[in-house]
Design a binder for this molecule. Structure first.
Ligand SMILES: Nc1ncnc2c1ncn2[C@@H]1O[C@H](COP(=O)(O)OP(=O)(O)O)[C@@H](O)[C@H]1O
Ligand SMILES: O=C(CO)[C@@H](O)[C@H](O)COP(=O)(O)O
Length: 481
């Protein structure tokens, strides 16, 4: 069977900066067509995007796939996690979506943690201690700051739910993305009436949670908006990190480090995570297992911004020197410093711009690697400390990112050749609907994780220690607005 024989599926990644669409051959995993269209994110105090723009970007990305998209038998959408989409009675956005990296909801998150009995109660019941990123904190923020928006809301959705709903005309989500809301309890695998009551959210406004392997719906009659035929199957979709886990065909214990707008570290686990420190979010995965994950707000965009401030290309790093940069330009989630800003210390007359840029990479990667230790702690039996880290996301293409991860982790690094692992995971989920296979097994059959392995180098203990010390010493400054 050649790649052109089909059947074909479409996998969509609606992440913070853009939407990417892939048309994939179910038999071979060959990507036969692709498209990409950008999103607009507000700057300033908050981070918001217009859900209608996401749908426009989805249509544009799929249109770029040309005729191949018309032949799709199934579609699935992976989306940025946590974002709060509020829809009115006609299904239109009441206001722009509040995104995962909007830290205005930090006070509401702190209050919610206290109100329910503290971090331990949250970790045990919900798997996660809610941060500003979580949807529940955003809903509480909205109720406090824009009660009129809350009153106008007839449906609450996550980004991938909204887009799946635009395809099917139904209100659905999945356990993976639902587990990042803060109102879906990992212990019962259901919406939690107590938390919903506390934040005044009627459960009737929430989408149905579609189970792994179930169909969310079929493509509605779209007035020619989309190239799919009416009746094309639509899979449950999931959050972008859970989709990437599917896309890698991830087995328990294999660590992933994703370098995109967010930095994330995660592994699939058979055990339900519960980290009361709040560093590790105990997300569900899209299959029925778990996805302990830690996320930073400042990754590729923050380091690119520092390169731009220095007037340097992102690869123009130089080793050595004494500078430390904590690149927390957006406040930070890991470590939990939502009110922090960027910090530079250790500057000398002979410090070069390239060394400052390297220090920014070091600061971003240090936060992820410290959190990775905690992610893997909970699943010691599955984790192989000698296994290479799977490095994905846009930043994984950069030599400076690859080398920084190697140097600060002391581990080998595998960089899959496949670029769009979130979209591939969504495609694997759609393919699973057609073939009855486990989507992760589909991805393994497609050999999506294939890519060069960069050998380990000696861990740069001195830099790790220096950054940890600066973090400790600067605590009062970083906690301050
Ligand atoms: N060749 C490259 N080297 C280093 N970084 C890159 C490269 N290509 C893209 N990037 C980074 O990837 C980021 C986008 O990553 P991506 O994973 O697509 O983001 P998103 O979080 O929106 O899914 C950009 O912010 C950019 O800094
Ligand atoms: O908040 C999280 C994970 O908890 C982020 O990882 C978002 O899911 C956004 O992802 P990207 O747009 O960076 O892929």
């Amino acid at each position: 069977m050649s790649a052109a024989d089909g059947p074909f599926v479409v996998g969509i990644d609606s992440s913070t900066q853009s939407t990417k669409a892939l048309v994939v051959d179910v038999a071979t995993g060959a990507v036969v067509a692709s498209g990409q269209a950008p999103h607009t994110v507000t700057t300033g105090a908050g981070r918001e995007s217009d859900p209608e723009e996401w749908y426009g970007a989805l249509r544009a990305a799929v249109a770029q796939c040309g005729d191949a998209a018309r032949r799709a038998s199934a579609v699935s959408v992976g989306g940025q996690q946590h974002g709060l989409v509020t829809l009115d009675a006609r299904g239109r956005p009441v206001r722009p979506a509040l995104l995962w990296n909007d830290v205005r909801s930090a006070p509401q998150a702190r209050r919610l943690v206290d109100d329910l009995g503290g971090p331990k109660v949250w970790a045990e019941r919900f798997g996660s201690v809610p941060a500003a990123s979580f949807t529940v904190s955003k809903w509480a923020w909205l109720a406090e700051h824009e009660p009129e928006s809350v009153r106008a809301t007839a449906a609450v959705r996550l980004p991938h739910d909204y887009l799946t709903g635009r395809l099917t005309d139904t209100g659905t989500t999945d356990r993976g993305d639902a587990s990042g809301t803060g109102w879906w309890a990992a212990s019962t695998e259901a919406y939690d009436p107590d938390v919903l009551g506390r934040v005044g959210l009627d459960p009737a406004l929430l989408p149905r949670v579609v189970g792994p392997g179930e169909v969310a719906g079929t493509v509605r009659d779209g007035d020619g908006e989309l190239p799919f035929s009416k009746g094309t199957l639509v899979a449950a979709g999931t959050g972008d990190n859970a989709a990437a886990a599917l896309g890698l065909g991830l087995r328990p214990g294999t660590p992933v480090l994703s370098l995109g707008t967010s930095g994330t570290v995660y592994a699939v686990s058979r055990h339900r995570p519960a980290d009361p420190s709040g560093t590790v979010a105990g997300f569900a995965d899209a299959r029925g297992d778990w996805l302990p994950l830690a996320c930073t707000l400042n990754c590729t965009l923050a380091v690119d911004r520092i390169a731009a401030l220095l007037g340097l290309d992102r690869e123009a790093v130089e080793q050595g020197g004494t500078a430390t940069v904590l690149p927390y330009l957006d406040g930070e989630r890991t470590p939990a410093l939502p009110d922090a800003s960027g910090l530079l210390t250790g500057l000398r007359h002979d410090t070069t711009g390239g060394q400052l840029l390297q220090a920014a990479y070091d600061g971003a990667v240090h936060a992820l690697l410290e959190a990775l230790d905690r992610v893997l702690e909970g699943d010691a039996e599955g984790a192989d400390p000698a296994a290479p880290l799977l490095l994905i996301g846009g930043g994984a293409r950069g030599t400076a990112w690859q080398e920084t991860v190697r140097r600060l982790s002391g581990r080998g690094v595998q960089v899959p050749e496949a670029r769009e692992l979130v979209a591939l995971g969504a495609a694997a989920q759609a393919a699973g609907l057609l073939t009855g296979e486990d989507p992760a097994a589909v991805a393994r059959r497609w050999d999506t994780a294939r890519g060069p392995v960069l050998d380990p180098v000696a861990r740069d203990e001195e830099t790790v220690r220096r950054i940890s010390a600066v973090l400790g010493d600067a605590a009062p400054l970083l906690g301050r607005r």
